[in-house]
Every structure is written in structure tokens, then in C-alpha cells.
Design a protein around this ligand. Structure first.
Ligand code: CTP
Length: 401
């Protein structure tokens, strides 16, 4: 199942370090080639010899003078990796990985990896709950790392709580899942738009909407993970741009239209998840309007419809749009799909709890050109991104893109 996969197993200085030997054994049993790297303190808890005996390879540790991996072992050990796992991950290595600090064999090697990262933390429950540790975990998640949460149980310090290293089985399962991820969009050039646009009334006031960019950013990250070459064009959001994509920030609908039309000829898939403003003030004032001088009416004009604008050049490209509706969801979505010549429309209700703008989850219906209507259950935006991309993968196969 993992045969031929090259995995780095990072072991840091925790009482749970001995459990990493079991993780190593399980990875080896599944056919992986595992290279073990110790943090500076790991060998206080367990001997490298255990790991070199099981893996059949020298362990890279902090003894720079005698490294069997060569004088630049921290680079050599990361060449051609499919996955890096840190198990157990202490608060120290989480902090170093989140901050980009490289001061021992493991933290230095981690900076040189360009493969998915799986982290299984283990520590005292108060340390785990510390907001700084949690912030470091969030930072690592945002940069694409997957976390196997620790379990609740009796800890080495004699306290019962969350912080116990997850079971070797669940860590290896998570690794298998990451490595089995599909690469069905390999080589596809995809544009994803995300977030709201802002249409300025004057330099300090604008018309916008509550889009957070979560949906579009989740699609961009998932498409990247499935092998697509992604350009993410996003209005202003708090979301971090995913790594390894081309990120083009824009502010207004006109800027987004310009960025999309410039890139459109070179793409095979366009997914318009952005909540583009349909109106802008007819006149944008260059100075802040004083309230005593303000007109109480703002004249608006329509912005260009970005999807309609590229429709004439569609060719074999796959176009995906969203329809955010408060009423008559299906009919409105079907009408928009037809009007905008879309291959797929993602219809979602806005205005109810747990779905739509600024929510972690979304309840959507997928409608395609052939009339397929797939009403999905309430999903996280990441899960929904996966469903949309499954459909794009099918359309791609059918349309020979
Ligand atoms: N869209 C676009 N350009 C715009 C407005 C919307 O490309 N100026 C895209 C959105 O990104 C979305 C789809 O069109 O993928 C539908 O957007 P929505 O706002 O729901 O529909 P509208 O076409 O604006 O129609 P209406 O305002 O009548 O609901």
C-alpha cells in the first residue's frame, strides 16, 4: 500500500518517542522506505540504534560530525520525499516548524521538505492547551500540514487529559490517506476566484458582501493537492493564500475581471467562487465625503459579469459558477447555469444557519449541463471543494480536456 513511497519520520524529544518505533515498523510493513530524523533531544528518550535497525538506514541526528547522510545530511534526507511525519511532535518542534527555525537535524530537515507534512503532537495537557502551541498548530494547518490530534488519557506526568500521542494505527492510516490522494487534476491549469470584491464610494467607504474566501481558498488548495496548477485570484480576505499556487490579490470587480481575462486563454478550468459585486458607485470620489456634505443617495452602475465576459472564448474549457440564493434556489441556479453557459453550477442557500457566507460549512446542490442535480448534505467547505473537484474531474474526462 505504501510500497515505493519515501517517508521521513521525525522523532522529537518526548516520553512517547518509543512509540515512534512502532509507527516505523508499521510503515515498513506497508512497503515504505523510511528515513528517520531525530530532534536534538530525541536520543535522550530512545536510542537511534532502534530506528536504524528497524529501518535499515542510518538515523540522521544531531551529531553533525558523524552523519552517514553526508555533510549536508539535512538536505539529502529530504530528497524525493513523498511525505514527512513528525511523531511524536513536542511543543518545541511545533514552534520551530511554525516559525521556520532550523537549529537541529529535524527542524533543519523539515525546512528543506516540499512534500505533505503530517504531525502527531504529544505533550502535557496544559502545554497542549497553551494558546501559543495552539496558534503554532493553526499556522501549520494553514500551511497545509495535517494534524493527527492527540488523545485524552493518562499522561506521563501523571495527569489525565488531552495530549497522549494518537495511536500508531491512526497515524499510519492518516499517512496512507494522504499518499492515496488522487492526482486526477495533474497538469490542469485552473483559475479559481475567491472572496468578495470591494467597490469604493470614497477612499474609506465601500460596497461589499460577507464572503470570507473560505470556499474559494479551499477549492484552490484541494485542486493543488490533486495536481492542478492553480492561479487563485482573490478579493480582500483574512484567509492565507495556500502554498504552491500563484496568488493574485485584487480589490474591485473590474480588477478581478481584468485578472481573469488575462489568464483565461491559458487555462482549462475556471471556477468562479468569488462573490463579485454586481454594482459599483457610478462615481468613486477621491476624497473622503464629509457627512454634512453627503448626498443621501448613491448612484450605482452595473459591474461587468466576469463569467459572461469569458463565455465567448469558452471552447473546451470547463466553467464552474456559484449561485448564492435566498429564494427559489434550484430554478435560479438552473437559469444562471444556462445564461452563463456553465458546465457546472454550485447552488447554495444563503441566509440560513450553517451554510453560505462566513460559515465553516455549506449545503449545496450541484447542477450540470446534462441536467444532473446532486443535492449534497451539509459538508465542510473542504469536503465540498472535494465534491466539486470530483465533478470537474468527471467533466474533464468526458470533454477530453
Ligand atoms: N459572477 C461574475 N461576475 C459578476 C457577478 C457574478 O462572474 N459580476 C459570477 C459569480 O462568481 C458566480 C456566478 O457569477 O459564480 C453567479 O453569481 P451571483 O451573484 O449568484 O449571480 P448574478 O449573476 O450576479 O445574478 P443575480 O444578481 O441576479 O442573483
Amino acid at each position: 500500500m505504501l510500497s515505493g513511497k519515501k517517508i521521513l519520520l521525525g522523532v522529537s524529544g518526548s516520553v512517547a518517542a518509543y512509540k515512534a518505533a512502532d509507527i516505523l515498523r508499521r510503515l515498513m510493513e506497508r512497503g515504505a522506505e523510511v528515513r528517520v530524523v531525530f530532534s536534538r533531544n530525541a536520543s535522550q528518550f530512545i536510542a537511534p540504534l532502534t530506528f536504524s535497525a528497524i529501518s535499515g538506514r542510518p538515523v540522521l541526528h544531531d551529531d553533525f560530525s558523524s552523519s552517514d547522510w553526508g555533510s549536508l545530511g539535512h538536505i539529502a534526507v529530504t530528497d524525493g520525499l513523498d511525505l514527512a511525519i513528525i511523531a511524536p511532535a513536542t511543543a518545541d518542534i511545533l514552534g520551530k516548524a511554525a516559525a521556520g527555525i532550523a537549529d537541529d537535524a529535524l527542524s533543519t530537515a523539515l525546512l528543506a521538505t516540499n512534500c505533505p507534512l503530517l504531525i502527531a503532537p504529544a505533550m502535557n495537557t496544559r502545554m497542549y492547551g497553551n494558546p501559543i502551541v495552539q496558534r503554532n498548530i493553526s499556522t501549520l494547518r494553514e500551511t497545509g500540514a495535517r494534524i493527527v490530534e492527540p488523545e485524552t488519557g493518562m499522561l506521563a506526568c501523571g495527569v489525565e487529559g488531552k495530549g497522549k500521542l494518537a495511536s500508531a494505527e491512526s497515524i499510519v492510516d492518516a499517512a496512507v490517506k494522504i499518499l492515496a490522494a488522487r492526482c486526477d487534476l495533474a497538469g490542469i491549469k485552473m483559475i479559481v476566484t475567491s472572496g468578495p470584491t470591494r467597490e469604493y464610494i470614497d477612499p474609506v467607504r465601500f460596497i461589499s458582501n460577507p464572503s470570507t474566501g473560505r470556499m474559494g481558498h479551499a477549492i484552490a488548495a484541494a485542486a493543488r493537492d490533486r495536481g492542478a496548477e492553480v492561479v487563485l485570484i482573490s478579493g480582500p480576505t483574512e484567509q492565507r493564500a495556500p502554498d504552491d499556487i500563484l496568488f493574485l490579490p485584487v480589490t474591485t470587480a473590474a480588477e478581478m475581471r481584468q485578472a481573469v481575462s488575462e489568464r483565461f486563454p491559458g487555462c482549462q478550468v475556471l471556477i468562479m467562487a468569488a462573490a463579485v459585486s454586481d454594482f459599483r458607485p457610478a462615481v468613486a470620489l477621491s476624497r473622503k465625503v464629509k457627512k454634512d456634505d453627503a448626498e443621501l443617495v448613491i448612484s450605482l452602475e452595473r459591474t461587468d459579469d466576469i463569467l459572461k465576459g469569458v463565455a465567448s472564448e469558452k471552447g473546451t474549457r470547463i466553467l464552474v459558477g456559484f449561485a448564492a440564493e435566498t429564494h427559489d434556489l434550484l430554478n435560479e441556479a438552473k437559469r444562471k447555469r444556462e445564461q452563463k453557459n456553465l458546465d457546472l453550477i454550485v447552488a447554495n442557500e444563503v441566509g440560513s444557519a450553517g451554510t453560505g457566507f462566513a460559515s465553516e460549512t455549506n449545503k449545496a446542490v450541484l447542477i450540470d449541463r446534462a441536467g444532473m442535480v446532486d443535492a449534497l448534505p451539509l459538508l465542510t467547505k473542504q469536503e465540498l471543494a472535494g465534491k466539486i473537484l470530483d465533478k470537474v474531474g468527471e467533466l474533464k474526462a468526458n470533454q477530453g480536456v
